[in-house]
Design a protein around this ligand. Structure first.
Ligand code: IMP
Ligand code: MG
Length: 178
């Protein structure tokens, strides 16, 4: 794995795909245990979570459905703090056991926004599954019950995550070269 150039920035190898998939297997096992006898209603947050959602759901052994919403908060390598909803939820969540699938929780602005929106729809339960979490950046109080990996406060790309729209197709995770 060499470095990768996206736009004007250089990224270096960070976490290989094998490690990502191992973390997802552990998450799926936990969810399978916790939701015995219950149907899960997953909501994937586009665009970043599409690969994670795909690999996670293949290992879910409970009855489930999935739907997607699309929001945007990032410009370049910075969170803007303003959330734009580009594709909303069409389905009712009332009485459902909902798990939101996020690629990464960084400042938590997106999560706080979505959590607020979804809890108003009166689900039976509402949990978050995020593949990555940056503990040094996250200062919100919403509990992220299912975390794949905690990572330092670096800007990362690959496995669904992008820089200016590019890099989502990379199988492994890369971080911005210092
Ligand atoms: P937050 O609102 O600051 O928590 O950021 C949430 C969204 O910004 C994530 O769902 C990602 O789509 C994007 N994001 C946050 N950190 C990164 C990163 O390091 N690389 C690429 N995208 C990121
Ligand atoms: Mg996202």
């Amino acid at each position: 794995m060499g470095t990768v150039l996206l736009g004007n920035l250089e990224f270096e190898p960070f976490i290989p795909k094998e490690e990502i998939l191992e973390a997802i297997t552990l998450l799926a096992e936990k969810i399978n245990r916790d939701y015995q006898g219950r149907k899960i209603y997953f909501i994937g947050v586009l665009n970043g979570s599409f690969m994670f959602a795909s690999d996670l759901l293949k290992q879910i052994e409970r009855t489930c459905e999935i739907s997607f919403v699309k929001v945007r908060s990032y410009e370049g390598t910075q969170s803007t703090g303003t959330i734009t909803e580009e594709l909303g939820l069409q389905e009712s969540l009332e009485g459902k056991d909902v798990i939101v699938i996020e690629d990464i929780v960084d400042t938590g602005n997106t999560l706080e926004y979505l959590y607020g929106r979804f809890s108003e729809l009166r689900p039976a339960s509402l949990e978050i599954a995020s593949l990555f979490l940056k503990p040094d950046a996250y200062h919100k109080s919403i509990p992220v019950k299912y975390v794949g990996m905690e990572i330092p406060n670096d800007f990362i790309v690959g496995y669904g995550l992008d820089y200016e729209g590019e890099g989502r197709n990379l199988k492994d995770l890369y971080k911005l070269k210092q």
